[in-house]
Design a protein around this ligand. Structure first.
Ligand code: NAP
Ligand code: MN
Length: 266
């Protein structure tokens, strides 16, 4: 089996990376940066997002696992003390794989036929540095509302505990193939009206945002910000692709939610 280890870059994560790498090589596993079967991320959820985006072109072949060297993460959910046990599990057992849904974002330009497609593990957000965004929001080909406000966030179930949560969105179990649309400070008065509540869309229900007022947009895909002008539409739906996690022990999603946000003492 071929593997790759990605570190956040701090001393502790780098040390763990070196230990992990050596242990796995001792077990006859092969270090391969280009085509790993398993990517081990050491750091935080942010490190895991970077690992995901580095290998998002080979999601069918690569499984991911995260070790946290700071606080408990949603993706980085193993502790460094588990390293030795983890190495033996990786080397010896065919591991169980758990799949989570992703978000597909297609940005179409007004000029030419330029189209950019992205996959997000957490979410996409659309904001502008120029006052507010104004979009027509279409769901499944039908006009739903005209949104005016700071922006919109479209998140995956596993991203629902990140930015989405800060915007008052619901926490969605990742076994549910859905995306969630949350508002950032919508303007609501006699002229402009939006639904206000987060919307949860199932698979195949495409959401299309069509800018009415031409702006320059900041479109974030997880931790990466892209700058766009001349945007014709932004299309969001549940992606065909999924992320695959290598699971060596159960750590149910709701336990991760509890341990991250409520308390880590029973
Ligand atoms: P960051 O500024 O370090 O991220 C903000 C926090 O979100 C960090 O504590 C990060 O954990 C945590 N996080 C990331 N994914 C999560 C998930 N799925 N569930 C719960 N918490 C999660 O930047 P970053 O590490 O590069 O992460 C980018 C993410 O930050 C974006 O995808 C977005 O979700 C989030 N964000 C949140 C807000 C907000 O809550 N107001 C604003 C902007 C961005 P680690 O410390 O382990 O990295
Ligand atoms: Mn971070």
């Amino acid at each position: 089996m071929k593997f790759k280890v990605i570190s956040r870059g701090d001393k502790r994560s780098n040390n763990l990376k070196a230990r992990m790498k050596q242990h796995l090589i001792d077990f006859d596993l092969v270090y391969d940066r280009e085509e790993p079967d398993l990517v081990i991320s050491i750091g935080g959820d942010g490190t895991f997002l970077e690992a995901f985006h580095r290998y998002h072109h080979r999601l069918n072949e690569t499984a991911f696992i995260g070790i946290h060297t700071g606080h408990l993460g949603f993706y980085a959910d193993y502790v460094p003390d588990e390293l030795e046990k983890l190495v033996i599990e990786i080397a010896k057992t065919p591991y169980q794989v758990v799949e989570y849904p992703l978000l597909e974002v297609i940005i179409r330009s007004k000029t030419g036929n330029k189209t950019d497609t992205f996959l997000a593990l957490n979410e996409a957000t659309i904001k502008t540095p120029e006052s507010s965004v104004v979009f027509d929001v279409e769901i499944k080909g039908e006009r739903f509302e005209t949104f005016r406000g700071d922006g919109l966030c479209i998140s995956t179930p596993s991203g629902s505990t990140a930015y989405n949560k800060a915007l008052g969105g619901g926490i969605i179990h990742p076994s549910i193939e859905a995306i969630q649309l949350t508002e950032m400070a919508s303007i609501n008065n006699r002229v402009f009206r939006t639904i206000g509540s987060p919307l949860i869309l199932p698979k195949h229900h495409t959401c299309l945002l069509k800018p009415i007022v031409d702006r320059s947009f900041f479109i974030t895909i997880d931790h990466i910000t892209h700058n766009y002008t001349n945007v014709k539409s932004i299309q969001c739906r549940v992606a065909k692709e999924k992320i695959r996690f290598a699971r060596f022990r159960p750590f149910p999603f709701w336990n991760r939610v509890r341990d991250s946000f409520i308390s880590d003492i029973n």
